[in-house]
Design a protein around this ligand. Structure first.
Ligand code: COA
Length: 341
């Protein structure tokens, strides 16, 4: 009896912010942003909230799956920002109702950009421990634009919005999820960054606010915004991506040579490339697939947004051996190894 991970359903907002937009609001250039991060565009969702985006992604995921009795026993929602105080009681509760399973166990997971990878691991472990759980829906959704200060040129060009959702399901004869790993390296408590190198700070910043007609206005306002020590995040991220991939293969029947595709959290191409080069050197000859150039860092949504495109392009197909790998604020990291169905 295997527990499979589906192809994800995703939602990406329509509004695009390209690098030229950032040239118009901060002291930067398209060339600098592209060279330092690999990002050309990102999407912003000013009208639709995190829960709604997540629910759309979840419905799209379920529409693709053939579920005979429609029963989903658990909904986990991974996210960073809790927009308009809607985190109470949980985003997962909203999604459970939206997918017609109000009786599902529903709760949120918060682990920075590793949240969705953590949640897949959690849902899998729950299903192993409780044989009555037939299906779990795992959603990642973000509206990072809400916590972005568009006057802070050190990080505002990195982030975007979106959502993605996977179904975990019991399936006879399928290998499905093979292994999950997760870990942390807490960085909170330092003098300069008491809440970590990637944290929220209450300050006056520039916000993008919906104009109600499909576009946005800019407004300075005081609230919590993301602040980041980019170099420290970088130092953590580069080795941990590679570590996550190696760790999730440990103790399994598989080596790097067997892996068809790696879907890394899309934070910065300069974080992904060094890991890619070292893994290639050691026998990995599959594809590391990201589309961060189009969507920026969508945090918990970045792995499904890239994976969905990898499925569309045939990079992942039935039988592919795939690794999701992520790192995030906290610091956190995690990986999932699965055989695609
Ligand atoms: N445009 C142009 N120049 C900029 C700039 C911008 N938007 N932001 C900073 N600079 C300048 C700096 O002032 C600095 O100038 P100096 O050399 O004269 O002092 C120079 O560019 C280099 O800045 P630095 O901060 O050292 O750049 P970097 O190579 O570290 O790249 C990031 C910055 C943010 C792209 C990079 O640190 C990063 O991606 N870190 C990881 C972030 C991340 O992934 N976060 C999410 C984790 S889930």
């Amino acid at each position: 009896m295997g527990i499979t991970l589906s192809r994800p359903g995703i939602y990406v907002p329509k509004n695009v912010l390209d690098n030229e937009f950032f040239e118009s609001i901060i002291d930067t250039t398209d060339e600098w942003i592209t060279k330092r991060s690999g990002i050309k565009e990102r999407r912003i969702s000013l009208e639709m909230g995190i829960t709604e985006m997540g629910a759309i992604a979840a419905k799209r995921c379920l529409e693709r799956e053939v579920i005979t009795d429609q029963e989903i026993n658990e909904v986990l929602f991974a996210t960073n920002l809790h927009d308009d105080n809607k985190e109470f009681p949980s985003h997962a509760s909203y999604v459970a109702n939206q997918v017609n399973n109000p009786n599902a166990t529903a709760y949120d997971v918060s682990a920075g950009c590793s949240g969705l990878v953590y949640a897949i691991r959690q849902a899998y472990n729950n299903m192993v421990a409780e044989p009555d759980l037939k299906r779990a829906l795992v959603v990642g959704g973000e509206r990072l634009t809400d916590m972005t200060d568009y006057s802070d040129r050190t990080n505002c060009f990195l982030f975007g919005d979106g959502a993605g959702a996977y179904l975990l399901e019991r399936f006879d004869g399928e290998e499905g999820i093979i292994n999950n790993v997760a870990g942390g390296r807490s960085d909170t408590g330092s003098v300069d960054f008491p809440y970590g190198e990637l944290a929220l700070e209450n300050k006056i910043g520039l916000k993008l606010i919906s104009d109600g007609a499909g576009s946005y206005n800019k407004k300075f306002s005081k609230q919590n915004y993301l602040v980041m020590n980019g170099k420290k995040v970088f130092e953590f991220a580069v080795p941990i991506m590679e570590h996550g991939v190696r760790k999730v293969l440990e103790g399994t029947d598989y080596d790097l040579e067997d892996v068809d595709a790696i879907i890394p959290h899309g934070a910065n191409i300069r974080i992904i490339n060094p890991a890619k080069n070292r893994l290639k050197r050691d026998g990995f000859n599959g594809e590391i697939y990201t589309n961060l150039e189009k969507y920026g860092n969508t945090s918990t949504a970045s792995v499904p947004i890239a994976a969905d495109e990898a499925f569309s392009k045939g990079i992942i197909g039935r039988g592919s051996l795939v690794i999701n790998v992520a790192f995030g604020a906290g610091f956190t990291w995690g990986a999932n190894l699965y055989r695609a169905r």
